[in-house]
Design a protein. Sequence first.
Length: 599
Amino acid sequence: MNLTPEQLAIINSTGNLKINAVAGSGKTTTIIEYAKARPKESKILYLAFNKSVKLEAVKKFKDKGLDNVKVETAHSLAYKHIVFKHNYKVKPRDYKTNEITELLNLQGNEEKHTEYVIANHINKFISYFCNSDKQKVQDLNYLDIVSDIKAKIFVKSFYHYIESQTRTLLGKMDSGEIEVTHGFYLKKFQLSNPKLNYDYILFDEGQDASPAMLDIFFKQQATKVIVGDTYQQIYGWRYAVNSLEKADYATFNLTTSFRFSQDIANLAMEVLKLKSHLGEHNPVTITGKGETKTHKTKGVLARTNLGLLVKAIEYVTEKKKVKHIYFEGNINSYTYADEGASLYDVLHLYNKKHHLIRDKLIKAMKDLEELEDYIEKTEDVQLGMMVELVKDYGNEIHDIIKAIKEKHVGDDEKEKAEMVFSTVHRCKGLEYDAVQLANDFITEEKLLEYIKDNKNEGRDNSKLNEEINLLYVAITRTRNSIHIPETLMPLEFPKSSQIHIMKVTKEEENKEPENYSKPTYSTKYVKEPTGTIEKAYSVNKIREKHKDAYKPWTDKLDEELTELYCENETVKDMALHFGRTKGAIYSRIKKLDLENLYE
């Protein structure tokens, strides 16, 4: 194996060190070689970011005969030290809003669903505390992570109640009265000040570590190595902090990527230059030495679940001959919010079919207006995304999702997929021969507009930095070529055979995310400088945007639709042409059986 001078410098180093490794630079290979160069009697702990990375690392270390390396995640370590010791029962996922409401018997006021809003904030406060390095809930100010004006006003009104009930719920978990969450037992592990008996601790993906995880790592007596990519920090919404900046260790760099060519490396560096708009930016040099020429694996990547689902809908409705697609992660997760409410629950609320709604929170809402009020007060952006999708496709969602699932292959048949769909968060660490980006990432134009609108207000540059990181991570997933919307391209960037620029319609430009204070959504719930929120789902709004949306179809219109369909016009373009929603176009195509008649 031919190692680069940068890799050799790391392998031959001594003492604590941090490694800043650009995408595709062989950091895992470097870490393995570092472990091989240590004395065989050394006890080495490798901390992986998640379970899938852990399983892959176990195999790689075993293949190299490194039996002295123990591979764990922070959670697996905490589980062994805390859950077994206290005989806790672990809840598979965090508590839902309605569960917290019932467990704490929360009381609201005369306003509708106040208890649910309080429960939502308790859930977030618990997550904030469990990911922090603080000793007590009172050491944190929950208002620091609430950005929406209406939500902030609500939290201020109920702050003491929210804080006391947060402590009460944590106390119930601590006593074993209720199941503990994964965040809780990791927090308890951190608070126990554990001593890990290892000579070396290697911490991978350090840029996305939580303060609680870092506190455990920094306090160990072992020689410590932390590795990551400053520009791949994309988990700030989980309260991750960039440990590479916090670790006062000798610094080493891995700047040569073996994944992609210099053209892609240049594009990645140009995107990172956007950070210069936010203040001082130290440019990074990336050398691209990838030589892959194949296009076997293809991926569509989006910033958000909604952006990805829209691309998948367009793909299956327009690529009629495609037989197999694949979604990274569980495909059902793309139609569910974190707390369990499904896209179908929102659709049933839209149709006023309460008897079909399964989720208790959604069922408690009288209509979409009440749901919107809840979304405003809690910043529950995933529900906001679902409302947006229901607005665009209406009752055609059932058939569209069914069509997507019929073409979806299982994990063991992923290689059959003609296209893989993933959000950037789910494909972290993965790579594809060719990548196509959805148009829901930050653009330079939108970044400058946001900075201009917020120049006299406090803005969170860390969130904006993370938005740029998301685009960087998406671009650097490719081994060969990338198809990128023209709005995402840096100005005057030179043409390249590996970089294909996609034209963007005016409608798509208008759908770009305008609020970058939260990195997890892109919807019509857009916070304006005044802090107001646009109500985007109403029938009146649809009628304004699609003036002919509810006019009956005539024989002449059907003939015109058939002609456009046979000319392979996209559903999106046909919707614009007829002034109707994409769902209405899809429904009419199905009604006329055009897919079968003109296959």
